[in-house]
Design a binder for this molecule. Structure first.
Ligand code: ADP
Ligand code: MG
Length: 241
């Protein structure tokens, strides 16, 4: 179980509060959609969870480990197991899908293998399994530059998974995608949650969150204004965000 208690974050020289008293529990394998207006703190929340921003205060517990109390080891675990997916994932457009997925393991991949393109067979098999799980098996040897936006998102997801991600934090992963590609990315998230027990938190438009996410958080002025499961937003909830 993952628990956040009273996360607060302010930014800039004026210490503008962006997140206030954010608290929640979530289970491994959940798919949570975050909805909320521009400036409500959605990106800041994801970046705080990925430890890309320092928290002003708050307690962060992951499977019994107090992440800040555990010092370096706790933070290292998050950095290793939690993947933050940017809106426009940077891919090597002139390299294949497979290479892009494998190169994502920088740190684990020796430089000479990155340069020569030599791949160990167990790395190869593992990466191909993951590429299959995101529905790109038939495109594994295509150049990333030839892919659609939705396919590029799925390469980024595959890269995170190859890297060992157990939690995926995705900031507007389907913005700019056509409806079919958006659905395919979100179907993929759902499958990862139910079949691989991956946890996904994704910033989404309301309609897509309602259609795909089992749980929805509505953010407003840095607070979780509502936290609902298995249903659409009420008019009252829509007015809150
Ligand atoms: P959202 O993703 O919901 O649009 P953000 O988390 O990006 O919102 O930002 C929330 C608020 O915090 C916005 O008003 C934004 O301008 C402000 N903000 C975020 N980061 C910074 C920063 N580094 N410096 C100043 N203001 C920031
Ligand atoms: Mg944002």
């Amino acid at each position: 179980m993952i628990r956040v208690e009273n996360l607060a974050k302010s930014v800039g020289p004026d210490k503008l509060p962006v997140l206030r008293e954010i608290s929640f529990d979530m289970q491994q394998g959940e798919f949570i959609g975050i909805v909320g207006g521009s400036g409500s703190g959605k990106s800041t929340l994801l970046r705080c969870l990925a430890l890309k921003e320092q928290w002003d205060k708050g307690k962060f517990t992951v499977h019994g480990t107090d992440i800040f109390g555990a010092g370096y080891a706790g933070k290292k675990q998050i950095k290793r197991e939690w993947a933050y997916l940017e809106q426009n994932p940077e891919l090597f457009t002139n390299k294949t899908v497979l290479k892009n997925v494998l190169i994502g393991r920088s740190g684990q991949t020796p430089w000479w293998r990155m340069v020569t393109g030599m791949v160990r067979s167990d790395d190869y098999m593992g990466a191909m399994d993951i590429i299959e799980s995101v529905g790109l098996l038939d495109k594994a040897h295509m150049k990333a530059g030839q892919l659609s936006g939705g396919e590029r998102q799925r390469v980024a997801i595959a890269r995170a998974l190859t890297h060992g991600a157990k939690v995926i934090l995705a900031d507007e992963p389907v913005i700019g995608l056509d409806p079919k590609s958006a659905d395919s990315v979100l179907e993929n998230f759902k499958k990862l949650c139910s079949e691989e027990n991956v946890t996904v938190i994704a910033v989404l438009p309301i309609e897509l969150a309602e259609r795909h996410a089992a749980r929805i958080w509505g953010l407003s002025e840095g607070r979780i204004a509502f936290d609902i499961r298995g249903r659409r937003l009420t008019m009252h909830e829509k007015n809150k965000i």
